[in-house]
Design a protein around this ligand. Sequence first.
Ligand SMILES: Nc1ncnc2c1ncn2[C@@H]1O[C@H](COP(=O)(O)OP(=O)(O)OP(=O)(O)O)[C@@H](O)[C@H]1O
Length: 269
Amino acid sequence: MKRLETENLDCGYSGRNVLENINLHITPGSILGLIGPNGAGKSTLLNTLARMIKPKKGKVILASKDLWKISSREAASTMAFTPQDSGSALPLTIRQFVALGRAPHRGWLLPFSCEDRDIVEDALEKTGLSDLAERCITELSGGEQQRAALARVLAQEPEVLLLDEPTSHLDIKYQTEILDLVANLAHDRGISVIISIHDLNTAALYSDHLALVGKGGIASYGTPADVLKEEIISEVYDIPVIVTSHPLFGTPMVMPGAKSRAGQKIINL
Ligand SMILES: Nc1ncnc2c1ncn2[C@@H]1O[C@H](COP(=O)(O)OP(=O)(O)OP(=O)(O)O)[C@@H](O)[C@H]1O
């Protein structure tokens, strides 16, 4: 399985660095969770890792090669990315949209093989979309669109999977099912997964390692227990928090450590 890493990476937009000196590596078969406050740079980093934004300095390295020195097809046959709110403006059915995931493997002009069809049907089934497969992608709820986006990257059969808030529109059942599926891909098939998640407790449950994005770089990196410490989270999110542990799994659980002003207002009404 192929390894993704960064070397002294600066990323951002014209004239402005959002993150500097990022040195990350993701071990095949593991999940790296990206957490951090709004606007910290999680999407900017994922887009840079996915070859959507060129690094301002340093490198993204895929399987020991500079990502910008390999062809986009080679990158796409190894690495799949779902950006935030990744739907399609084209009036495709869900099945057609998911089938696009096969393009890097068979080229745009070659006919679909039986294997391609089986892979697409399997991706639809795993994301609970088989019964909706003929629905138009532009007419789906936010959660259905997120499941379709995940089905498309499953059909791509990547070795490295980059997911930007893939569960933000999902209810607790689909959130659990989709993240269980992602965890199986990582741990059983050896895929490297980098996933941004706002919910710190969900990130703790599913990530082998966490990178806390903040203050213009990686503010903390390590296991969930290393990173989800009261002093670290309070400082980077600028809010008091309490950290306890999950009653079944023992993973850290973060909750607000002071009543919000909004909460007090409601009580005083
Ligand atoms: N296309 C763009 N051009 C210029 N600046 C941008 C662009 N996209 C994002 N930014 C800025 O870059 C910074 C990082 O944004 P980014 O979307 O990466 O943060 P994030 O951690 O993913 O935030 P959120 O949790 O709110 O999704 C922000 O200040 C944002 O305003």
